[in-house]
Design a protein around this ligand. Structure first.
Ligand SMILES: [Zn+2]
Length: 318
């Protein structure tokens, strides 16, 4: 196992999730490290650094939360309703594909950054919410939660949400960093460590329950000892890091899942969206006899000719 992880790290860290368990299946965990998969996204967009930082954090969070999906699906984290940074979307699929995009008020952001190089979450996203969506393939209804942005970091807000709502006990650590490469290109790094405990089984005797609670307290205390430099270090393999943290616990590490920057847009998907447009909207979108649709996530442009649009119109009336 160590060999596999070391190999990935020796090449260039692209991105991966390492699932693990403590004490049989009592506590399940995920260690996430994002490297070039993240930079593939940030380099394409060329967004301001502060926005990249949040994209990195949201993608690491999404990857950590994509746990135990029995069917294919995706986790989407979206910050909306903030007048300054209008929207940040980060999407992680159960197949390891991730993508992200953002829109913001350029003037308002410049003004804020003139006053402070390190604006707080509240300054950037005042009035905004974090929307957490789990969508599963072949399932009409998505699970969605709206999380208030009242913490110092997104991870803190998420953690607060887990505590407040009727969710499983959760411990979470997320960090981001970026390295100034000599050639001028920045490399973004993000890491996350998540622990979730299975709910207490009250049919067990009180002594066992007490021990399990003590163990969980130990696990959370151990999680709190991790530092960003450890989690983001290319010199410490994921397995070494997990053994270092949880050497007193019965640790089980499972095969890693690689993460890559990949968008799942396609001409067919865009066509489906256009089918839902009204006749008027279709006519309005038509420029010089064609419709061009740009995917905000990956900047791919999809062009529809007049003949293709007529076909879409026909499909609508069928
Ligand atoms: Zn796309």
């Amino acid at each position: 196992m160590d060999n596999v992880i070391s190999l990935v790290e020796k090449k260039k860290l692209k991105g991966y999730i390492v699932p693990f368990a403590l004490d049989g299946a009592m506590v399940r965990g995920r260690l996430v490290r994002l490297g070039s998969a993240l930079s593939d996204i940030t380099e394409k967009h060329k967004y301001p650094e502060i926005i990249n930082k949040y994209i990195a954090e949201m993608l690491a969070l999404g990857a950590a939360l994509i746990m135990d999906m029995k069917t294919n699906g995706a986790i989407t984290l979206q910050i909306t309703n903030s007048p300054l940074i209008r929207m940040v979307v980060a999407d992680v699929g159960s197949n390891g594909d991730m993508r992200a995009c953002a829109t913001w008020d350029d003037d308002a952001l410049s003004t804020l950054l003139q006053g402070t190089q390190n604006p707080s979450l509240a300054q950037l996203f005042s009035g905004g919410n974090l929307v957490f969506t789990v969508s599963l393939e072949h399932q009409a209804e998505n699970y969605q939660a709206i999380i208030e942005l009242n913490g110092a970091t997104l991870a803190e807000c998420m953690h607060h949400y887990f505590r407040q709502s009727d969710q499983v006990p959760t411990g979470l650590f997320v960090c981001t960093d970026f390295l100034n490469a000599l050639d001028g290109g920045n490399t973004y790094l993000a890491g996350a460590l998540l622990l979730q405990r299975t709910p207490i089984d009250h049919s067990k005797d009180s002594e066992t329950i007490e021990k399990e609670e003590d163990d969980w307290f130990t696990d959370i205390s151990l999680l709190a000892t991790i530092t960003p430099s450890e989690l983001l270090s290319a010199d410490i393999s994921a397995e070494t890091l997990l053994h270092r943290l949880f050497h007193e616990r019965d640790l089980n590490i499972f095969p890693l899942k690689t993460i890559q920057a990949r968008c799942h847009c396609s001409k067919q998907r865009i066509e489906t969206i256009l089918t839902n447009f009204s006749e008027e909207d279709l006519a309005e979108t038509l420029v010089e006899g064609k419709i061009d649709v740009l995917c905000e996530f990956c900047s791919e442009n999809y062009s529809f000719t007049e003949a293709e649009i007529s076909q879409i119109r026909e499909n609508k009336t069928e």
